[in-house]
Every structure is written in C-alpha cells, then in structure tokens.
Design a protein around this ligand. Structure first.
Ligand SMILES: [Zn+2]
Length: 256
C-alpha cells in the first residue's frame, strides 16, 4: 500500500492540473450519512419510500412540509459537523498547488469549510435556497429562525438549490465540471462509487482526455477495474492524509 501511495503521490507532484472528484463517502466520516443510500438514518423516514416521498420533485410540490422535515434535520446536522482529515488533506493539496479544483457531489460545504478553493458543487448546496415561483434567492441563515417551510416574500415555498429526483442538473456546474475533467492531468477520485448519473461521467471524461486516475475508496467502484490507474484502498480520512504527506515530501525534496 505505501508503495502505491508513493507512486500516486509522484504523479500528483509532477502534475500541474489535479482535479478532485468527491462523493458522499468523504463526509460520512464527519457524521453526515449519504442521503440516498442511508435514508434509514433520518429519523421518521422510511428508506423504502424515501426516494418517492422525500427525494423527488413531485413529493416536494405535493407536500413541501413533509420534505422540509427532512431538509431541516439535514440542515441542522450540517451546522454541527466539521471537516474531517480527508477534507483537510484535499485543502492542503490545494495549498501545495496540486489541487486546481474539486468537483463534488456533496451539498454540505465541508470542502470550503476545510479551506478548499474553487469547489464546483455539482448537486448544489443545501444552504442556498430559491423560490420555485419568482426565483428569488435566500440563504438558510436568513430564514432559519422563521417558520418551516420557509416562504419567499412572494408567498411561495422555498427549496434548497439541490436537485431532487425528477429535477434537471445544474447546467452551469455540469459544464464547468466537464471542462475541468477534460483539462485534468490527474483526477483524484475520492469516496464515490460512481453510481449517480450524470456526474459519474466526470472520471470517464478525464480519462478520455488522457488524465491519470487516482482513486481512493474503501471498496471497488465502477471505475476501479475500468479506468483507475492507482487504486488506494481504504478510508479517506487515513489514505488522503498519507497521500498528501508523500506529495509534500516529494515537493520539499525537489525544492532542495
Ligand atoms: Zn418568490
């Protein structure tokens, strides 16, 4: 393992454009369960019907109060959690000039809280809300003291700017991600198994354009045997700091 970490670190140290690509797994170590696979965590919600009754555009339009009971639990949790060693390692890589941008599926702002810059939130951000009628925007901080579900000045219910099943993806984030993937020399995939489309295409796009794929995952993913060049198996909170320490040593010895 330490050997393959060294090899991957060498590739990263030698690259100018390293793009991170992260999924829910990097935040589970901070205590945020994956919304889609760990629906049972959420109190009072049945995982079997979670997708239909909570995580869908139709559910939101029919019963925003019910969906907001979930949003407020999730938002409350997000206010308590801190970035973990995995997030911090990626931010450190940025300060070393080896993380040009991170494309994340997460909606929890933990990369930014850890100090990463240039984070593309493919699935939006829970703390940013918009009105489905007049498109006015609010932040969670502006409305959280009031009643739930929060209403727009126009009287219509607000929704976090995250796609529910049945929603379109954010085209701006999608095209920015695609450009980053196409320009990556290395794509560092962390904590995602590649099962959520269309964001899961990003490593494929990077690979097609010649990027080296470094993958950090606890288990094999859709990418591992198909496109991954270096598979660093383990927990992100351990593997990413080890990887970044190696990069740091390589850069320090090159500078001397
Ligand atoms: Zn409005």
């Amino acid at each position: 393992m330490s050997n393959i970490i060294k090899q991957a670190a060498t590739v990263i140290a030698d690259s100018r454009v390293v793009i991170g690509y992260t999924g829910a797994g990097i935040s589970t170590e901070s205590g945020i369960p994956d919304f889609r696979t760990m629906g049972e965590f959420w109190e009072g919600f049945d995982p079997a019907t979670f997708e239909v009754e909570i995580d869908s555009r139709e559910a939101f339009e029919q019963n925003p109060e019910k969906v907001w009971r979930f949003f407020s639990q999730a938002l409350g949790l997000m206010e308590q959690v801190e970035p973990n060693d995995g997030h911090k390692a990626l931010a450190r890589l940025g300060r070393l000039g080896r993380m040009a941008a991170i494309v994340t599926q997460n909606v929890d702002s933990l990369h930014q809280a850890a100090g990463s810059e240039n984070v593309i939130e493919f699935h939006g951000n829970m703390r940013q809300l918009h009105c489905l009628k007049c498109e006015a925007r609010y932040t969670w901080d502006e409305v959280k003291a009031g009643k739930i579900p929060p209403l727009c000045r126009c009287g219509y219910v607000l929704k976090p700017i995250v796609p529910l099943f049945g929603d379109h993806v954010n085209l701006e984030a999608a095209s920015a991600s695609e450009v980053l993937a196409a320009n990556a020399q290395v794509m560092l995939v962390a904590c995602t198994h590649g099962d959520i489309a269309p964001v899961n295409r990003m490593p494929m796009v990077a690979k097609e354009y010649g990027a080296v794929i470094v993958e950090v995952n606890r288990d094999k993913s859709l990418y591992t045997d198909r496109i991954t060049d270096y598979f660093l198996q383990g927990e992100a909170g351990e593997v990413l700091p080890a990887l970044v320490r190696e990069v740091e040593e390589i850069l320090a010895s090159a500078a001397n």
